[in-house]
Design a protein around this ligand. Structure first.
Ligand SMILES: [Zn+2]
Length: 173
């Protein structure tokens, strides 16, 4: 299992417990996932983070592609309730600039990291730099969550390729 890092302090996270998490797909079918919760090993932090699969948005019941489909007006079936769709649009309107801001600053850090690494001839940049226009809603969410920039009072992390960013941060220390 890949090591995960605390979005708040970048310390290592250890398995803590497991919780049920409900999720609905594009057909409105609900399934119950068992989600790991991880605890920060830093004694001054000790935060607990829920480990979400890439297709979930923290505290949203529907899979991220369902939400994205509603936001882009391409949703076919779920969710049936207009109130839910309206809530997502309002949510996205509120959070969009923040998500893009996080992506922009992460992009800047990656470019700076690549520049520093490339300045040293023996080390090659270990990853390519993502283009901002290529970010999907899922990726924007993961970036914000995994860098500790998710706007919420509770904590979560999303596992996936972008956790590379945390490793890069840790290596820089
Ligand atoms: Zn921590």
């Amino acid at each position: 299992m890949e090591q995960s890092y605390c979005p708040q302090c970048q310390s290592e996270l250890n398995p803590y417990d497991r919780r049920d998490r409900k999720c609905r797909d594009g057909n409105g079918d609900q399934k119950v996932l068992v989600i790991r919760r991880l605890r920060c090993c830093n004694q001054d932090c000790r935060r607990i983070h829920a480990e979400l699969p890439e297709y979930l948005v923290p505290y949203k019941r529907y899979a991220v592609e369902v939400i994205a489909a509603v936001l882009t007006g391409t949703a076919v079936i779920a969710p049936n309730e207009e109130a839910t769709r309206r809530r997502w649009r309002t949510w996205y309107k509120q959070i969009r600039d923040h998500l893009l801001g996080v992506a922009t600053s992460v992009n800047r850090i990656l470019q700076e990291t690549a520049r520093v690494l490339l300045a040293s001839p023996s080390i090659r940049a270990p990853y390519s730099i993502p283009l901002l226009t290529d970010f999907s809603l899922a990726e924007l969410v993961r970036l914000a969550v995994n860098t500790g920039n998710w706007i919420t009072t509770r904590s979560a992390i999303v596992t996936g390729p972008l956790s590379l960013y945390n490793q890069a941060q840790t290596q820089k220390k």
